[in-house]
Design a protein around this ligand. Structure first.
Ligand code: 5GP
Length: 182
């Protein structure tokens, strides 16, 4: 059987960020977070499934004691405004310095809902780190302290991000052809 070569996938138009580009962003973010959270009680919280690859790399670029926890949510209804928690955090966050780690923020509506839920649990602080930010489409006003890179309003896949469940394992961030998106 022939191997799968993502670069030859006809759905993929090109590489938006190579794995080396992404590694540079992750190293910079990890260093900033290490400086800012020294002496604090850092709890990284990530939203499944998209954030898991970024979390794995970012957590290893942070040179501090920390914990990792996961949530899963599903958006339903038109516009993704209605959100339901399908998997909650395993551990309490009261009094802790919570940093939400996201792969990509688009309208911000999902994250806005999530931050509302987390805030009610009285963390000592609550901040957001996203690898990619499409801020042109932002509908909610969010406290995003750490941004890897701002990207244009084009659908991307890879490095944890999917289309219909696929492409999460690409080690780079790819643009899809417009025909694929319909
Ligand atoms: P928001 O609520 O900010 O509009 O949407 C956030 C979620 O939509 C992200 O966590 C991600 O799951 C998904 N998303 C937004 N833009 C993209 C994109 O370009 N590619 C992929 N694969 N998912 C995206």
């Amino acid at each position: 059987m022939k191997g799968y070569h993502a670069f030859h996938d006809p759905a993929i138009e090109g590489v938006a960020f190579s794995s080396e580009d992404i590694a540079d962003l992750v190293t910079r973010l990890g260093a900033e977070i290490t400086d800012d959270y020294r002496g604090r009680d850092l709890a990284l919280v990530t939203v499944l499934r998209g954030g898991f690859i970024f979390l794995a790399d970012l957590s290893r670029a942070i040179d501090l004691p920390l914990t990792l926890d996961f949530m899963a949510i599903s958006a339903y209804g038109g516009g993704g405004v209605a959100v339901r928690i399908t998997k909650d955090l395993d551990d309490p966050i009261v009094g802790r310095d919570v940093l939400v780690v996201e792969d990509i923020i688009d309208t911000g509506l999902t994250l806005n809902y999530l931050l509302g839920v987390l805030r009610q649990r009285k963390p000592a602080s609550l901040a957001v780190c996203t690898l990619f930010d499409k801020d042109v489409r932002r509908l909610a006003d969010l406290p995003i302290e750490y941004v890897g890179a701002r990207i244009p309003d084009r659908f991307v896949v890879g490095y944890g991000m999917d289309l219909g469940g696929r492409y999460r394992n690409l080690p780079f961030l790819a643009r899809l052809r417009d025909e694929v998106m319909g």
